[in-house]
Ligand binder design. Structure first.
Ligand code: F0G
Length: 352
């Protein structure tokens, strides 16, 4: 079997890579495309998920970060900075450590999932927590880039270059272009990157293009509402964003693909979160499950044809946010030996 070499090596011909680009990798990319057999049957579509939570730091951000950090290193920069709802900071910190660069992350105090904070700490990032939200953190870091510091939010064009590879991988793994490609929308970089990938692929290989389905959380749905949200709120903290930086790119991608963007409530997100884990064995963080809730809503509204091939992106690993996982399930008191035997007896009734 061939050993996967990581994004920069594997997709060299599609990326802005030169002789001088460092061969940086944590072997990101090549994430599984899993068919959801139960939900496909239930919803009468052919449904797959791209499990981006299997990337080295547990989210899709690694695809863009490897590219942004390699280019920052190539340009002679010594430090990275980003604003983040958590995953970008974890990814920047990991690739910064790998590349021997300082990493500074600016995060909304108290609103980042526990696993993501643990990652940024372990990779040795300098963490600056602010009282404001992600939009304010991004505003603060936007003017900081210079000769020494690279801004690695998705306003950095190399981030979108790396992230566009999800389109190539999806087509290769599925053996065709899906009818619909669905993903959660926060700062709107990833939907813009995916569309760039599908367009480039169709230009070079004369293939079709999918329709995009963007999904926002109802409490943080500026694109769906058509206006910035000053105080965004949702259980899906990864996409708790009220004024996305790539708003215009995302609108263009949605229009060009004849796609749709819709909002789902926190309740719908958490229902999808449990349904996915319990019926398919796939555990993704809440923001990722907005994708599944969005596909369900699109179906209910008559926006998906029977038998359509749908790929949903599960952007981050479920382990990122253990607090939400615990809180949506009932707590249990410890049991005695006797209670244990009663429980097992009920599983084996004929032997009782
Ligand atoms: N899903 C997850 C798990 C995310 O972490 C993000 C963004 C998105 C979806 C939305 O992607 O911003 O490109 O539209 N997280 C950023 C961060 C904002 O700081 O980690 P987007």
């Amino acid at each position: 079997a061939k050993r996967w070499k990581g994004l920069i090596e594997e997709y060299r011909e599609w990326l802005p890579v030169t002789e001088d680009t460092p061969k940086l990798t944590l072997h990101e990319g090549n994430t599984p495309l899993i068919r959801l057999d139960h939900l496909s049957r239930l919803w009468d579509i052919d449904l797959y998920v791209k499990t981006e939570g299997t990337n080295p730091t547990g989210s899709f951000k690694d695809r863009g970060m490897v590219m942004a950090v390699a280019k920052a290193k190539e340009e002679g920069k010594s430090a990275l900075i980003c604003a983040s709802t958590g995953n970008t900071s974890a990814s920047a910190a990991a690739y910064g450590a790998r590349a021997g660069m300082r990493t500074v992350v600016v995060i909304p105090e108290g609103r980042i999932a526990l696993g993501k904070l643990a990652q940024a700490k372990m990779y040795g990032a300098e963490i600056l927590a602010i009282e404001g939200n992600f939009d304010e953190a991004l505003r603060m870091v936007r003017e900081t880039a210079g000769d020494e510091i690279a801004l690695v939010n998705s306003v950095n064009p190399y981030r979108l270059e790396g992230q566009k590879t999800i389109a190539f991988e999806t087509i290769e793994q599925l053996g065709k272009v899906p009818d619909v490609f669905a993903l959660p929308v926060g700062n709107a970089g990833n939907i813009s990157a995916a569309w760039k990938g599908f367009k480039e692929y169709s230009d070079r290989r004369q293939s079709d293009r999918p329709q995009l389905l963007g999904v926002q959380a109802a409490g943080a749905a500026p694109i769906v509402n058509g206006a910035p949200v000053p105080d965004p709120d949702t259980v899906a903290t990864a996409i708790r964003i009220g004024n996305p930086a790539s708003w215009e790119l995302a609108e263009a991608a949605l229009a060009e693909s004849d796609g749709n963007i819709l909002a789902v409530t926190d309740e719908e997100i958490l229902d999808a979160y449990k349904l996915l884990a319990e019926t398919e064995g796939v555990f993704a963080e809440p923001a990722s499950c907005a994708t599944i809730a969005g596909i369900r809503k699109q179906l209910e509204e008559g926006g998906l044809k029977r038998g359509a091939t749908v790929v949903g992106v599960l952007t981050g690993n479920g382990l990122k946010d253990p607090d939400t996982a615990i809180s949506v399930n009932e707590g249990q008191a410890p049991i005695t030996q006797e209670e244990f035997e009663v429980f097992i007896g009920a599983l084996n009734p004929e032997e009782a």
